[in-house]
Write a protein that binds this ligand. Sequence first.
Ligand code: HEC
Ligand code: HEC
Length: 443
Amino acid sequence: MKAIRIQPILAVALAWSFGTHAEAKPPKQPPPPPPNAPSAPDPGSPPQGVPPEQLPRKQPAQRPQPPDNPPLPHPDQHRPQFGDPLPGLTRQQLAEFVDGKEDFEDAENEASGLGPIFNRSSCVTCHASPATGGAGPINVTRFGRIENGVFDPLAGLGGSLQQEMEINAVLHEVVPPEANVVAQRNSTPLFGLGLIEAIPDSQILRNERRRPVDGVLGRAARVADAATGRMMIGRFGWKAQQATLLSFSGDAYLNEMGITNRLFPVENAPNGDDQLLAQYDTVADPEDVVDPATGRGDIDRVADFMRWLGAPPRLPLSNSAARGRGLFQSTGCAICHVPVMFTGPNRAAALRNKEVWLFSDLLLHDMGSLGDGIAQGPADVRDMKTAPLWGLRASAPYLHDGRAATVDDAIKAHDGEAKAARDRYMKLNEQQVQQLLDYLMSI
Ligand code: HEC
Ligand code: HEC
């Protein structure tokens, strides 16, 4: 998803000036063309040769309506499954879970604001396996240019995230020839993200301060959060590029589906071509219409769904897996894949002072040759966030680009700060490898 745009003030201003109805927004009037400067790049000017009165007028977004009073789930607390809500939710929170799941599964269309360029038409298309909110086989593409060691996201050419689909073929976005780095990003599972969100920044900073072992350092990702407008510690995404679920939700609505919203109100232009965008972007922004009764839109409801989505269920350890647990420590995996962190005080009892068995320190590490060549937010080109390992048995393929079909392949690709642990793994005998893998398939 694109480099973060922080526009809290603009977002507030938009929400205020447009009220809560998309209909309240007047259609955008293109500014008059600059005198004597026909070739001057002006993002607001109409496409050449098209008189302004012939440009399509922007229509309010026709958003899908969730059904009234959907039935609430009754998860089996003794045998939790992937996709269940967190245990201990209130009735109200369960209702928010169900409501948000509807929006997460809803397919957007042109009238509701999809595109003009986008990757897929619903969240669930990429986050579905083995249950709604899970991982998926779909990769997205990032690109940029490295020159003299400096990364340029080629923002003016539509970077760094490519949108590979469009509502009209003329908008088709390609990786521009200027790009000399192209990287794939694998869709991650979203189970338990509410618990990860509820881990206080101070705990991640404590991981950053620990004494280095094996030359492992790690850096907390300090990001300006779009939703709160505050500096926070990023923890979501392969590069720890977002700190809150609401910000990730707004980012994904814009950058994966082309649905503008109060946090990310500006459409992506196909390969940076603002004129083409102006010609085909016919739905008034922000397209995610806020419900006047609640002041909330899809981005809020979907953030709630993710917040209340339960952690991956753990399996009882076999004898072999129990031995593997020891090897996970002695091999040095646990230095980065810290087994457990804790949430702090929280308004929601379901998130308050809980153990979070995520198997990550939520820090960025220099992974050497495994880095993806893309600088994003606070993450440099070789930095990757320690991937949480919970639920691993249901999230193949592995690594940021999905290159590893098996966990064994994923471990062997570790490099940089993880080289010492990888080398130790390579020296395990066959039985020990099996024990470690059995452990990883249970967590
Ligand atoms: C085209 C496929 C695609 C679609 C559609 C999509 N995602 Fe994702 N999602 C991804 C990929 C790929 C990543 C990893 C992105 C990265 O870090 O660069 C991701 C990551 C995430 C994360 C971070 C997970 C973590 O563990 O850190 C969240 C949250 C998320 N998506 C939410 C959403 C929501 C909400 C929607 C719908 C509004 C959505 N996604 C739509 C592909 C998709
Ligand atoms: C220096 C920190 C570090 C150490 C030590 C480390 N890892 Fe990782 N691990 C990472 C990072 C960072 C990623 C994400 C890398 C990427 O995809 O580019 C990762 C990814 C993984 C993945 C893939 C997860 C997924 O969802 O795709 C597995 C499996 C894994 N590690 C297992 C291990 C095991 C087992 C060990 C010990 C032998 C280990 N790691 C040691 C940092 C580390």
